[in-house]
Design a protein around this ligand. Structure first.
Ligand SMILES: NC(=O)c1ccc[n+]([C@@H]2O[C@H](COP(=O)([O-])OP(=O)(O)OC[C@H]3O[C@@H](n4cnc5c(N)ncnc54)[C@H](O)[C@@H]3O)[C@@H](O)[C@H]2O)c1
Length: 308
């Protein structure tokens, strides 16, 4: 099968590309390298250095004629989306819409979209939240992800372009950007390996639902095969606190001199988050396989080999 991955030089997209290529698929990567890295790009992939906002994006679709598009390219900072919501919408709404429109015009069968379960629901009223939870995002980033899901629904209803929006919880693993704002496992691993002690925001009891990237790759593989159309959480239904992550990383590092530092709590940060993956189990036959302990060991080992 011929599969286009936008953002395929990034953390999640490059892990998906590797697996698809290992299984004999042809992979086309479209990435402007604004956050992705050349070294992440699988040598067997066809690579286009291209901004998804560009008007001539259509030329790549016309030339390559992908069957499936996995849309990962995005501006991923919630903070930047708050500071500059117009820029966030340029990339995450208009850029995405350009991808969807090109897909519709060139006969793409299905789009798999990297949505964000951590932001589309807004303040969670239920833990874990399932897909029927109200969607009232409290950041422009979350609004853009939700708007993209609605555009996908429009293209499906009007033109029959199938889609699955995978509402990711917090994803972690090899190749995550340790200089980003959200990848706490990557950030802490990198600081610990440089001999430092990471700073935990607030009391560290805030929780998130952490999914290992290999499980996310598997969810994309299942989504390619599935007949389901709509939005589905990709999560573990479990909450892990920052203090628990810190303790696990300290143990894995074998370095007892690491100090537990706490800084001020991050303003506007939700205290708890976890998503119910029952629907993914039902419609994709997917469930997370990697425990947080195992995932942290694998991630730390990768960062040790790939010093930043
Ligand atoms: N990492 C997470 O925990 C998480 C959680 C929920 C959703 N997501 C979504 O998953 C997707 C992948 O995230 P990631 O963590 O791999 O991030 P990433 O930054 O590693 O990957 C995104 C890729 O998109 C590329 N890109 C950005 N703007 C572009 C543009 N205008 N044109 C072309 N390419 C562009 C970047 O260069 C990068 O390679 C994103 O859509 C993100 O919003 C991630």
């Amino acid at each position: 099968m011929k599969i286009m991955i936008t953002g395929g030089a990034g953390f999640i997209g490059s892990n998906i590309a590797d697996r698809l290529i290992d299984e004999g698929n042809t992979v086309i990567i479209v990435d402007d390298l604004s956050n992705g890295k050349k070294e992440n790009i699988n040598k067997k992939a066809v690579f286009y250095k291209k901004d998804i906002r560009d008007a001539d994006l259509a030329d790549i679709f016309i030339k390559e004629k992908p069957h499936i598009v996995i849309h990962n390219a995005a501006q991923l900072s919630v903070r930047i989306s708050v500071e500059d919501p117009v820029y966030d919408a340029e990339v995450n709404v208009k850029g995405g819409l350009n991808v969807f429109n090109c897909s519709m015009k060139t006969g793409v069968k299905k789009i798999i979209f990297a949505s964000s379960g951590g932001t589309v629901y807004g303040e969670q009223e239920k833990f874990p939240a399932d897909e029927s939870h109200s969607t009232n995002p409290i950041s422009p980033y979350g609004v853009a992800k939700l708007a993209s899901e609605k555009y996908l629904h429009y293209f499906y209803k009007t033109y029959g372009l199938e889609y699955i929006a995978l509402r990711y919880a917090n994803i972690y693993g090899p190749r995550q950007d340790p200089l980003g704002e959200a990848g706490v496992v990557a950030i802490f691993s990198s600081i610990i390996l440089k001999g430092g002690s990471p700073v935990i925001n607030g009391d560290g009891n805030q929780t998130r639902d952490y999914v290992y990237v290999k499980d996310v790759v598997e969810a994309n593989m299942r989504a390619i095969e599935s007949n389901f159309v709509g939005c589905v959480n990709i999560s573990t239904s479990k909450e892990t606190s920052v203090n628990e992550l810190f303790a696990a990383l300290k143990q894995v590092s074998g370095n007892n001199s690491i100090v537990e530092n706490h800084g001020p709590a991050k303003a506007g940060e939700a205290f708890r988050s976890s998503l119910d993956y029952s629907l993914a189990k039902k419609v994709l036959g997917w469930q997370p396989k990697t425990s947080v302990k195992e995932g942290i060991e694998l991630t730390f080992a990768w960062f040790k080999e790939n010093t930043f």
